[in-house]
Design a protein around this ligand. Structure first.
Ligand code: GRF
Length: 224
């Protein structure tokens, strides 16, 4: 099934990405393999040359480059840009926003419109090491376990309710690159999983906690 042309009724996701797009690729691969049942309604980037946009085109997904520059002069430039993004997301009937290496701060304009409907992946075991260079910070700190976190997006950077985490060991002699690669492998595994759980309506946010409903153990979906 082409990732941009899912069946009617399938969850429509909008991926926001600024760079390499390996997490986007993992999502595309999972859809093509049939383990993630969702449609990529669009891939949007703030960077014209983002590899993520190329990946989208290559797999027949709608791709949009939205230039932030025209908004830069305005007093509320970030919000104005996010309002423009929101228009695009609505036009493509996006139900879940997936941040995948999106390197701009998302403002409340988007966060409120997609409350509990926007996910991010971060390369650390949150709440440790939020922000940039998480893998380097983990190495510098001397932790023995590192990892990655998929969480819902709230106004605090990398602070939202946690959906899934995966841990990896930090090995003797690790470089930031080696550790990042080990973590990335797990990112590619858990991001599609988290989206599939959402698609199956098995996630429920209760304060800081995300309950993951099992199909049989916890009874029917809370949102059906
Ligand atoms: C990933 O490490 C992700 O955790 C972080 O940014 C990186 C994006 O990589 N938020 P890619 O563009 O998905 O390859």
């Amino acid at each position: 099934m082409p990732p941009g042309e899912g069946q009617a009724g399938q969850l429509r996701i909008g991926v926001l990405a600024s760079g390499r797009g390996s997490n986007l690729q993992a999502i595309i691969d999972a859809i093509e393999a049939g383990t993630l049942r969702a449609t990529i309604a669009l891939v949007l980037s703030n960077k014209q040359d983002a590899q993520a946009l190329e990946r989208a085109r290559h797999h027949g997904c709608s791709d949009v480059f939205l230039d932030p520059k025209p908004y830069a002069g305005q007093p509320d430039s970030r919000e104005a840009y996010d309002r423009a993004i929101l228009d695009v997301l609505k036009k493509h009937e996006v139900e879940l926003v997936v941040l995948a290496g999106y390197m701009k701060i998302v403002t409340p304009v988007l966060i409120k419109a997609y409350e509990n409907r926007m996910m991010n992946i971060h390369p650390s075991l949150l709440p440790s090491f939020p922000g940039l260079e998480a893998q380097k910070k983990a190495l510098d700190w001397g932790v023995k376990l590192a990892g990655c976190t998929v969480h819902f997006v709230t106004e605090g950077v990398d602070e939202g309710p946690i959906i899934i985490q995966a841990a990896v060991p930090v090995l003797e002699g690790d470089t930031t690159e080696a550790l990042s690669a080990r973590i990335l492998e797990q990112e590619h595994r858990i991001y599609p999983q988290a989206i599939q759980l959402y698609a199956e309506r098995r996630l429920q946010v209760e304060g800081r906690r995300v309950r993951v409903f099992g199909l049989s153990a916890s009874g029917p979906s809370p949102r059906t």
